[in-house]
Design a protein around this ligand. Structure first.
Ligand code: ADP
Ligand code: MG
Length: 337
């Protein structure tokens, strides 16, 4: 009988230790927890990988935000979206997207029309996402004559444009998504870092360095180069993203607004690094259309850096990226400009 309380005293510290370990384990697991999510939205494959106490909750909010932004605002196909309604009614109020449209207009002007968000009907003729085909010259000419951001009037929170013109956020929607995620979810706190990828547009968030791969144009997997970057947005426009072949020729989805045909300037992809999601996305498309020299000038005018890859396997990166780009494929050469 006398022995019992003594045994209990020996056990007590161990029980306390186990309870502390379990409590700390749960706390540490939550505090430094990691969660990944994959989903399909904006007509592309999306992922989010988040570290921190609220990782799972944050990832679910990211998925919800992107799906809602696509369905309610940016989609050209969804009959209940803002952009669908604007295209049906040749304009209307644009409160939620006014600031974004102003950025789009500015880059449109600064790129001499290389970035043109009014090519919706031209993209429809090519039908890259459905039943792709080379359109007839007459049809292309007719549709092209109705396009042009100079025909879009933005005034007092509303937009208006003529019949035959259709707004297309395809070259900037994913970047807008990244800005919305950063401002409305990640900046709220509760996480250490997050990497969100909406197709070719990536948000790197957190107080650390990240390594991002630039896809090998010749294979679905693998990288030709890697970039070492702090928190920022990185977008890539490539001629391998969406294309079809007819009579041995490749037709891809980045269009030259002057001709209505896919850009054919020897570039394979352009990657742009920016603090802003919309700018990285817009500029990657604009720089692809403009080509190396003019594209590089446009990117630096906006304080952005860029990496151009051409079909001679030459990678040209902004000088400011020296020391941050690493080549990852023997057959490619790297230079800075
Ligand atoms: P991805 O959609 O593969 O990320 P981009 O960001 O370059 O590639 O956007 C290409 C999309 O933008 C096309 O599918 C089309 O909807 C639209 N687009 C094509 N050419 C242009 C252009 N010159 N200016 C603006 N938008 C364009
Ligand atoms: Mg783009």
């Amino acid at each position: 009988m006398k022995d019992k309380p003594v045994r209990k005293l020996y056990i007590l510290p161990f029980v306390c230790l186990i309870i502390c370990a379990v409590v700390f384990g749960v706390y540490a697991g939550n505090r430094f927890g990691e969660d990944s999510i994959e989903f399909f939205a904006m007509d592309t494959y999306c992922t989010a990988k988040t570290n921190g106490a609220k990782a799972e909750k944050v990832n679910n909010s990211i998925k919800e935000l992107v799906k809602k932004l696509d369905a309610d605002v940016l989609s050209r196909q969804n009959e209940s979206s803002l952009v669908y309604s604007l295209n049906e009614n040749r304009g209307g109020p644009i409160t939620e997207i006014k600031d974004y449209l102003e950025v789009m207009n500015k880059v449109c002007r600064d790129s001499g029309g290389a970035f043109d968000y009014t090519l919706g009907k031209v993209s429809d003729l090519w039908d890259f996402g459905g039943n792709p085909q080379v359109p007839g010259d007459d049809a292309l000419e007719t549709v092209l004559s109705s396009c042009g951001a100079d025909k879009v009037i933005i005034s007092y929170g509303s937009v208006s444009f003529p019949e035959g013109l259709s707004l297309d956020f395809g070259a900037c929607g994913k970047g807008i998504g990244l800005d919305e995620i950063r401002d409305n979810i990640l900046d709220e706190g509760g996480i250490k870092s997050s990497v969100v990828s909406l197709g070719g547009s990536i948000l790197l968030y957190g107080n650390r360095d990240f390594t991002v791969g630039i896809r090998n144009p010749e294979s679905i997997t693998g990288y030709v180069a890697t970039l070492n970057l702090p928190a920022c947005c990185v977008s890539t426009s490539g001629n391998y993203e969406r294309y079809f072949e007819e009579n041995g020729k490749r037709y891809h989805h980045i269009l030259d607004p002057k001709t209505g045909y896919p850009v054919d300037n020897g570039l394979v992809s352009v990657t742009v690094v920016s603090d802003s999601g919309i700018l990285s996305d817009i500029l990657s498309t604009a720089c692809f259309v403009l080509g190396l020299d003019k594209g590089m000038s446009l990117a630096s005018k906006y304080g952005c850096t860029a990496v151009f890859i051409d079909d001679n396997k030459c990678i040209t990166a902004s000088k400011a990226l020296e020391g941050k780009v690493k080549i990852n494929a023997d057959s490619y050469t790297l230079r800075f400009q």
